[in-house]
Design a protein around this ligand. Structure first.
Ligand code: HEC
Length: 132
């Protein structure tokens, strides 16, 4: 029981400190913040500006800047839910300085094990909010 309490405290603590002191209460009130909060997991591979092992979100938005928002929402929803492969292979080969052997084999795995559709929509809305 003691162990469980310690684990719960740990979880509460990390929720409260994520993204510079945003509280869980703030997150629940603001759908964009909620999307940002949920997108924490994406940061394994994507940064907003920096090149990690996937294209940065700003670079993705720049590439599709002439695509209408509604189309982009569907496209990103699909990419997040079921993964994406091949669209960024050339870009990644040119721009990422990581030695992974076959870089064109890099792809984005489906994220549906981690999120339901509503959560994916919140993430997409947060992502599109970075345009501004
Ligand atoms: C394991 C690494 C990894 C994770 C985790 C990951 N991605 Fe990706 N993502 C990639 C890679 C690699 C690509 C490029 C795929 C390609 O070439 O089509 C990509 C591509 C994308 C694209 C571009 C799709 C398009 O139509 O061009 C979007 C949007 C995106 N990711 C959003 C996200 C979001 C949001 C999350 C978190 C919910 C996430 N990714 C989690 C690796 C990842």
């Amino acid at each position: 029981m003691k162990k469980l309490i310690i684990i719960l405290l740990g979880i509460t603590f990390s929720f409260n400190t994520y993204a510079g002191g945003i509280s869980l209460e703030d997150v629940n009130k603001d759908p964009i913040l909620k999307g940002k909060f949920l997108a924490k997991h994406c940061s394994w591979c994507h940064d907003i500006n920096k090149k990690l092992v996937a294209p940065p979100f700003k670079v993705i938005l720049e590439r599709y800047k002439n695509v209408p928002e509604e189309t982009l929402k569907k496209q990103f929803f699909e990419a997040i839910k079921n993964g994406s492969r091949g669209k960024w292979a050339d870009w990644m080969k040119k721009n990422l300085k990581i030695k992974m052997g076959k870089l064109d084999e890099m792809y984005m795995p489906p994220q549906k094990p981690y999120y339901n559709d509503e959560e994916i929509k919140l993430i997409v809305n947060w992502l599109l909010s970075l345009k501004k």
